[in-house]
Structure formats: structure tokens, C-alpha cells
Design a protein around this ligand. Structure first.
Ligand code: ZN
Length: 117
């Protein structure tokens, strides 16, 4: 359990610095755009900025999941499936340290989503 926590904390640190460096890069991009004025005066994002924004968004979500997993550990409910309350298999947690559902519930959920789509 301790090793998963350490892994999560290391991941959280890496994500935090990745997010701040991406945000810095975006800001530098903004500065560049101010110099080279858009002839149409459009404030729309360039494709590169959209990619950066999407990456930051994904990382921010991962960061939330990690924070939640760490909070769950503190509360003593880490590794418990949110759907059925059963313990999530250790092997699954090794691969997906912030999984909140057991394999069976996750599969059921994904099947449900597949049907809905
Ligand atoms: Zn379950």
C-alpha cells in the first residue's frame, strides 16, 4: 500500500510540474500572437494551443483522480469499488492505481456506455 501511495505522490508531482510548464508555454504563445497580430482580429485558438489545452485538461483530470485516490487512502477506503463495495483486485490497482471500480463493475459500465453510444 505504501508503495502505491509513493507512486501516486510521485505521479502527482510530475503532473503538477508538467501542467505548470505547459501553462507557461501557452502564455509565451499568447505573447507571440500579440506581436504577430491576427489579420482577422480573431481571438480563436491556433491548433497548437488547442492541443496544449487538451493535454493540460487531461493532466488536470489525472491530477484530480490522484488527489482523490490519496484522499481515499487517508480515509481508509482506498481500493474499494464505488459500485459494489467489494475490494478492487490488487493486480488491477497496480496497473490503475486510481481505479475506483472493480473489474466487473468497470466492464459493466463500459458496456452500458457502449450501448448508449
Ligand atoms: Zn464493483
Amino acid at each position: 500500500m505504501r508503495s502505491i501511495r509513493q507512486e501516486l505522490e510521485a505521479k502527482r508531482d510530475a503532473l503538477t510540474s508538467a501542467i505548470s510548464s505547459s501553462t507557461r508555454a501557452t502564455r509565451e504563445g499568447d505573447h507571440r500572437r500579440e506581436i504577430v497580430k491576427d489579420p482577422l482580429g480573431m481571438a480563436s485558438l491556433t491548433h497548437d494551443d488547442e492541443v496544449v489545452a487538451a493535454v493540460v485538461d487531461t493532466r488536470a483530470r489525472q491530477l484530480e483522480e490522484i488527489d482523490r485516490a490519496l484522499a481515499d487512502m487517508d480515509a481508509g477506503r482506498y481500493g474499494i469499488c464505488r459500485e459494489c463495495g467489494e475490494e478492487i483486485a490488487k493486480a488491477r490497482l497496480k496497473i490503475l492505481p486510481f481505479a475506483t471500480r472493480c473489474v466487473a463493475c468497470q466492464a459493466r459500465l463500459e458496456q452500458g456506455l457502449g450501448r448508449a453510444a
